[in-house]
Design a protein around this ligand. Structure first.
Ligand code: NAP
Length: 468
C-alpha cells in the first residue's frame, strides 16, 4: 500500500490554527494525486490564531480572511482538535505514532524585551499583552493597564505599534461596535491618556510600518499625528531606502504631516524618529518618565542603515510604556528550539535538531515559528506552500514502517478522551461562533467574544464530543 493512496492517505498533524497552519492545510488538501488527512490542533478552543487574537478590532476587513480558512476546514479529510495543547494533552511522541508528518504552526507567543534599566517597573508592558487584552485573548484578559495617565510611550514603529497607538488614541465610541472585548472598551472610555509618544530608533525612510497604517494613524478624528519637520529631513545614508516606493510613501507622508503642526484634536500622537529608550525611570515602583538617547544613522558593513547612539539624551514624562519591538517564539516540550533566534530551527521548513542541525525526519514548520515575526497574513500562504512542497517530496520517501502507524480515525479522539480532554471540534467552534455573533447582535456589536476557556467550554454541550 502506497502512502498517499486512498487506502492509506498521508496523515498529517498541524499544530496551530492560525493563518500559516490553515495555508499548510489548504496546500496539503488540494493535492489531486495524493490522499491527505489533516488533523489540526490548537491549545485554544477557538481557531484562527492572530486573526482572532492579534488583528485589531477596527480592522474587520482583514478578519474576512477567516472565510478562506472556514472553506479549508470544510474540506473532506480535515479535522480540528481545539483546546488541545501539545506537551500537555498530547506529546510529540504520541503525534509521531499517529501521523506521518507533523507541522508546527505555533507562531510567536512571546515578545522581545528592550534590555534596559527599569523594565521591571509596574506599567511597563509588552504590545503582545495589550493586543491580546483588547482582543479578548484568554491569556491576556486578566491584564491590567493603568490608563489613568496623561502620557504613555509606545516603543517601536512597526504595524503592531500602529495598532497599539491607534487603539489608545481612537475614540472608544468608534470601537464599541467591533469585536473588541467589552471590558477593554470600558477601560478605554475611562482612559486619561492624552499624549502618546511613538518612538522609532531609526528614521522615516527605515520605518517598519506600512503606508496604509501610518495614513490611518494620521487620519483619526480624535488625535493629531505630530512630527518634527527636522526629523523628516533625510541624510545621504537614507537615500537608498528612500528609493523604495513604500519607504518613499512613508517619508513623504510624515514630511507632509510635519507641516500641519500641532493641530486641535483632543489627543496627540507625537512620533519621534532616531531615538532609543535607554532607561525607564520610576518613582515608588511606578513609571514616571522615559529617558531617550538621540541616534545618528550610519551605514553598516552591508550598506544597511543602523542607529548609533549620539550621546545626547532627553527625557519624556510618561506613566506607561508599551514595547512593540517584535515577537519571539517560546519552546515547546519535545520540539527543537533556537533560543537565540526565538524560533524553531529549520531548513526551508524542515525542522532541524537544535544541537546537531540534522534534519528531524517527518517534522516541519511554517509561519512565524519558521521565519520569525515578519510579514502580513498573506505572506504566510507562499511560506506554507514552500514547506508543503518539502513535505510532499519527503512523503514519497516514507519507509514502509510508516504503514504501522496508528492511523485509526478514533485513535486521537480516544487518547484525548482517555485523558478527559474536552477537545473542541470545528462543529463545536461553529456553535461558539454563532453564540458570539448572537451575543454581539444583542449588544450592537459585530461579535461579543468569549474571553475565558471555561466560558467557551461552558457554552458547549458538557458531554464529550461524539463526532469529529
Ligand atoms: P516589526 O515590523 O518588526 O517592527 C518592530 C519595530 O521595533 C521596528 O520599528 C524596529 O526598529 C523596532 N525595534 C526593534 N528592536 C528595537 C529596540 N531594541 N529598540 C527600539 N526599537 C526597536 O514588528 P511588529 O510591529 O511586531 O510586526 C510584526 C509583523 O506583523 C510585521 O510584519 C507587521 O507588518 C505585521 N503586522 C501587520 C499589521 C497590518 O498589516 N495591519 C498589523 C500588525 C502586524 P528597526 O526597524 O530599527 O529594527
Amino acid at each position: 500500500m502506497k502512502i498517499g493512496s486512498p487506502e492509506r492517505p498521508l496523515f498529517v498533524a498541524i499544530v496551530g490554527s492560525g493563518p500559516s497552519g490553515f495555508y499548510a492545510a489548504e496546500a496539503l488538501l488540494k493535492q489531486k494525486d495524493l490522499a491527505v488527512r489533516v488533523d489540526m490542533f490548537d491549545r485554544l478552543p477557538t481557531p484562527f490564531g492572530l486573526v482572532r487574537g492579534g488583528v485589531a478590532p477596527d480592522h474587520q476587513k482583514i478578519k474576512g480572511v477567516t472565510l478562506v480558512y472556514e472553506r479549508v476546514a470544510q474540506t473532506p479529510g480535515f479535522r480540528f482538535f481545539g483546546n488541545v495543547k501539545l506537551g500537555r494533552d498530547i506529546s510529540v511522541d504520541e503525534l509521531k505514532k499517529r501521523y506521518d508528518q507533523i507541522v508546527y504552526a505555533v507562531g510567536n507567543e512571546s515578545d522581545r524585551a528592550l534590555g534596559i534599566t527599569g523594565e521591571d517597573l509596574s506599567g511597563n508592558h509588552s504590545a503582545t499583552a495589550f493586543v491580546g487584552w483588547y482582543n479578548g485573548h484568554p491569556d491576556w484578559r486578566g491584564e491590567n493597564f493603568d490608563l489613568n495617565q496623561e502620557a504613555v510611550a509606545v516603543i517601536g514603529i512597526g504595524n503592531v505599534a500602529m495598532d497599539v497607538t491607534r487603539i489608545l488614541a481612537e475614540d472608544p465610541e468608534e470601537l464599541k461596535g467591533t469585536d473588541i472585548a467589552g471590558y477593554a472598551v470600558d477601560a478605554l472610555r475611562n482612559s486619561k491618556v492624552k499624549t502618546i509618544w511613538l518612538i522609532g530608533r531609526r528614521g522615516p525612510a527605515q520605518a517598519a510600518y506600512s503606508p496604509a497604517e501610518i495614513n490611518e494613524l494620521g487620519s483619526l478624528h480624535s488625535a493629531d499625528l505630530i512630527v518634527d519637520p527636522k526629523e523628516t529631513v533625510l541624510g545621504s545614508e537614507s537615500q537608498k531606502d528612500y528609493a523604495d516606493p513604500e519607504n518613499k510613501k512613508n517619508v513623504d507622508y510624515v514630511a507632509a504631516k510635519a507641516k500641519e503642526g500641532e493641530g486641535s484634536k483632543p489627543k496627540k500622537i507625537r512620533l519621534r524618529f532616531c531615538a532609543s529608550p535607554v532607561e525607564v525611570i520610576g518613582k515608588d515602583g511606578k513609571i514616571v518618565a522615559l529617558k531617550l538617547e538621540k541616534n545618528k544613522l550610519v551605514l553598516d558593513e552591508n550598506g544597511n542603515v543602523k542607529a548609533k547612539g549620539s550621546g545626547e539624551f532627553d527625557t519624556i514624562p510618561v506613566g506607561l510604556v508599551f514595547r512593540s519591538v517584535g515577537y519571539r517564539g517560546i519552546p515547546i516540550s519535545g520540539v527543537p528550539f533556537d533560543d537565540k533566534a526565538g524560533k524553531i530551527p529549520n531548513l526551508e521548513g524542515r525542522v532541524l535538531d537544535a544541537a546537531t542541525k540534522a534534519v528531524v525526519i517527518g517534522q516541519y514548520v511554517v509561519g512565524w515559528a519558521k521565519r520569525g515575526p515578519s510579514g502580513l497574513i498573506g505572506t504566510n500562504r507562499a511560506d506554507s506552500v514552500a514547506t508543503v512542497k518539502c513535505m510532499l517530496e519527503d512523503a514519497v520517501k516514507i519507509p514502509s514502517d510508516g504503514l504501522t502507524r496508528d492511523t485509526d480515525d478514533k485513535s486521537t479522539p480516544a487518547l484525548l478522551e482517555s485523558r478527559s480532554v474536552r477537545f473542541v471540534t470545528f462543529g463545536d467552534w461553529k456553535a461558539l461562533d454563532k453564540l458570539e455573533l448572537e451575543n454581539g447582535k444583542k449588544l450592537g456589536k459585530i461579535r461579543e467574544k468569549f474571553t475565558t476557556i471555561p466560558e467557551m467550554l461552558g457554552a458547549l454541550p458538557q458531554k464529550g464530543p461524539v463526532s469529529v
